[in-house]
Design a protein around this ligand. Structure first.
Ligand code: BGC
Length: 778
């Protein structure tokens, strides 16, 4: 991914797009010299500060404190002075500036040629990585070379804590808590290395950041180190000349803890740094490459016919693995570790969108187990939350960093109970695929049981025996607190069944988890009796009871600049009309597809197309998958393109706050489930592959089961299935059962798509029509 000129207007966006992370540590692509910046950012998964959550009218059970990701000590900074003039792209003359995010090497490269205000021409090159193999480590190789004459250069390689951030927090109390969140515990500096340790005032978390260097410069090179509370600096001076550059390799290490003492963290980060220095820059590069070689071999999605989307999909896969690879029992936030958006919180995005993709493609299953184990580690808080709501089992938070509910707006947050079913569903998928018994015993079954208990207590059997779940919010945030949301009810029923099945498989866990036969039976009874409303007069499913009777939103009088609607209309009005922010009933068609007939899917999809405005980035990829399934393959292509290009084209104008990890992951899933047509039917894989006209080939490698890998290559008129691992696999191709055996690829013809009336979207909200040959921008 190449940027050939530095556009200061888009600096914040590119800082997100070019961000490097490994799931534990994330660095925004801030310029080496620190300024100008859009938003400085260095993040550690799970490291947060508490902040007040102000309410005009507090209610019982409202969360009292919020949590916000902290921009920790910045170890990226290497400032340069050329004969006294600071290298700053806003001054002097920038002759050339290029940044490349190398998805294969896992590095960000930058080259700049700059003439200082006094006329000295220098070339600055830097390569930065956040190590996938040594998760606390980032490293930078920085080189400056004068291009015309000998020049005195000074480098200042720094650790900076409590950087001044652009003010985005409207509430002054919260802004104050976050203005300078880190208090100094310890600073050291010796030879070429330094360390700063700080603790947050509210959450009491301690972070240690340390740096060490290798310097390779002209004979007169000198160094000096200093360190104080919020600043450590290694100064390197040298007379460089053409052919005689000054090169510095900077190793940066981070560790943090809420439990460990300052000396323990000091030693931990020292050890991590020593390991990285021992591996060396070249060694880190090699490890990074080897890690990514394995990743791409397993996960790559090949697309022929649309080079821009090919690149976008690889970019999306890269950010997904950056968000999830080394989280190691911490959360995966909605923006990964690429920006402060959504306060660094995790939502259902992780379990419903990110983990399913990682499961399909990524061979390190541990990453998924770890993310779910993080949820499990917050179970006690979720139980407390359920109790405070008068419910049983566990109520996981709609948004959080540490595990406590942080949503200050209950109709969209606290009432969005469907997150619990998404967690249970991810557990089920993981178990089905891996048969990981240790995980099942230690975390999986308990997660299923506690979420099932929640549903059982949240719903009730009505006078005619139907199991109803009233007064909850589904995925569509332009409706709230509705009765019997179809997606929620179907997912809850699945959750209830999964818990009962899990206890049957693991009778030894029944007693420790306190489940008796009566309780397990009550889950099955509720699941069987789940109420799914249907509007017989329209022949469609209302997304929640009564929805289709509401007045329709007046789309024709809604000007384009009034989207997203939530910024221009009161929730009061959105909630009582038929207008859909994001796939909701269409989520049900996708996730719980077995419940619907093909005819129902087609009718429901068309019905909701008319009402869906896609004010959430989580909508388009799901619409893509279902559009492809019901036969609108060109529309699927348009939605797929929108999802895949969301951050590269900054379609929602908020990529500056971080990339949309769930939407990027779901774009990849849309390629797999839409054009590859993959569905998992009761343990059997089914494919309904079909390509839009512009694409000539799509190739996917899928982890079908733990020991089975399947490659599928789709062309316009045929699909080829090849077993990459395993002996034999039974699958369906367009409804026909076929058997794929090792060493014998099977070719199957693709039937022509049915001719269907194209659905319509609200005025001005149709996705942009994709013309692949025009797209050569990135
Ligand atoms: C969406 C939610 C999503 C959240 C974080 C909201 O705009 O409506 O479904 O979980 O963003 O991505």
């Amino acid at each position: 991914m190449r940027e050939t000129w530095l556009d200061l207007e888009r600096l914040a966006q590119t800082e997100s797009v070019f961000a490097l992370a490994n799931g534990h540590l994330g660095l925004r692509a801030n310029l080496d010299e620190g300024e100008p910046f859009g938003q400085p950012g260095t993040y550690l998964a799970g490291f947060y500060e508490t902040r007040p959550l102000p309410y005009a009218e507090p209610g019982y059970g409202d969360p009292e404190d919020g949590q916000t990701v902290v921009n920790v000590t910045n170890g990226k900074i290497i400032r340069l002075a050329v004969e006294d003039e600071p290298f700053d792209v806003r001054y002097g003359e920038l002759r050339r500036h290029e940044r490349v995010l190398d998805l294969r090497a896992g590095v960000l490269r930058r080259t700049a040629e700059w003439v200082s205000p006094t006329g000295r021409l220098v070339r600055v090159s830097s390569t930065r990585l956040v190590s996938f193999t040594q998760r606390s480590i980032a490293a930078i190789c920085y080189e400056v070379e004068p291009l015309e004459e000998e020049v005195l250069v000074v480098l200042q390689s720094e650790l900076v804590t409590n950087e001044t951030l652009p003010i985005t927090e409207p509430d002054p109390r919260a802004a104050a808590a976050l203005a300078s969140p880190l208090a100094s515990d310890l600073f050291t500096g010796e030879e070429l290395g330094a360390m700063l340790i700080h603790t947050t005032m509210g959450s009491g978390l301690t972070v240690a950041a340390a740096m060490d260097h290798r310097v390779d410069g002209p004979p007169d090179t000198q160094t000096a180190i200093r360190s104080e509370g919020d600043l450590a600096r290694l100064t390197i001076t040298a007379t460089a000349a053409p052919g005689r550059p000054l090169r510095v390799t900077k190793f940066v290490g981070y560790s943090w803890s809420g439990e460990r003492t300052v000396p323990a963290l000091r030693d931990q980060v020292d050890a991590a740094l020593a390991g990285a220095v021992q591996t060396g820059w070249e060694g880190l590069l090699q490890q990074q490459r080897a890690f990514l070689d394995t990743f791409w071999k397993d996960a790559d999605i090949e697309i022929d016919g649309d080079a821009e989307l090919q690149q976008a999909v690889r970019f999306a896969l890269f950010h997904t693995v950056q968000a999830g690879a080394r989280g190691e029992q911490r959360l995966i936030p909605a923006k990964g570790l690429t920006g402060p958006g959504y306060d660094g919180h995790t939502f259902w995005d992780t379990e419903a969108f990110v983990l399913p993709l990682l499961l399909l493609t990524y061979s390190r299953r541990q990453a998924v187990a770890d993310a779910l184990r993080w949820r499990h580690s917050t179970l006690e808080l979720a139980r407390e939350r359920a109790r405070s709501l008068g419910l049983r089992g566990a109520a996981f938070p709609w948004r959080t960093i540490h595990g406590e509910e942080c949503s200050g707006y209950w109709p969209a947050g606290g009432a969005a109970f469907h997150i619990n079913a998404a967690i249970a569903d991810a557990v089920e998928r993981y178990l089905l695929l891996t048969q990981d018994e240790t995980f099942a015993r230690e975390a999986g079954v308990e997660l299923l049981v506690e979420t099932a208990r929640l549903w059982r207590s949240l719903g009730n059997h009505d006078a005619v025996g139907r199991f109803r779940i009233d007064g909850v919010t589904g995925p569509d945030e332009y409706s709230a607190v509705a009765d019997n949301n179809v997606y929620t009810n179907l997912m809850a029923a699945r959750n209830l069944r999964a818990a009962a099945d899990a206890i049957e498989r693991h009778p030894e866990l029944a007693r420790p988890l306190g489940v008796d036969e009566e309780e397990a039976t009550s889950w099955r009874t509720a699941a069987e009796a789940i109420f799914i409303p249907y509007d017989a007069s329209l022949g469609v499913h209302p997304q929640a009871e009564g929805f289709t009777e509401h007045q329709e939103w007046d789309f024709d009088s809604t000007p384009p600049e009034n989207y997203p609607l939530l910024r221009h209309y009161p929730y009061f009005d959105l909630y009582r009309k038929q207008v859909v922010k994001q796939a909701d009933l269409v989520m049900a068609l996708f996730y719980v597809g077995e419940y619907f007939t093909p005819e129902q899917k087609a009718r429901d999809f068309a019905f909701y197309e008319r009402l869906t405005v896609r004010d959430s980035s989580l909508s388009a990829p799901i619409q893509a998958a279902v559009a492809a399934e019901v036969g609108h393959i060109e529309l699927a292509y348009d939605y797929f393109a929108e999802a895949a290009l969301l951050d590269l084209d900054d379609l929602n104008h908020n990529t500056r706050d971080g990339v949309h990890i769930a939407s990027l992951a779901a774009a990849c899933t849309a390629a797999i489930t839409g054009f590859g047509g993959l569905r998992d039917l009761g343990g059997k894989l089914s494919f309904v592959p079909r390509l839009p006209q512009a694409l000539t080939r799509l190739a996917l490698n899928l982890r079908a089961r733990e020991t089975i890998r399947l490659r599928i290559e789709v062309e316009q008129t045929q699909a080829t299935y090849t077993l990459l691992m395993g002996e034999q696999l039974e699958i369906y191709h367009h409804g026909e059962p076929i058997t794929v055996t090792a060493g014998r690829p099977v070719q199957c013809p693709i039937p022509p798509a049915p001719a269907l009336e194209p659905p319509t979207q609200p005025r001005g909200r149709a996705p942009q029509h994709r013309r692949a040959h025009e797209a050569t921008r990135h």
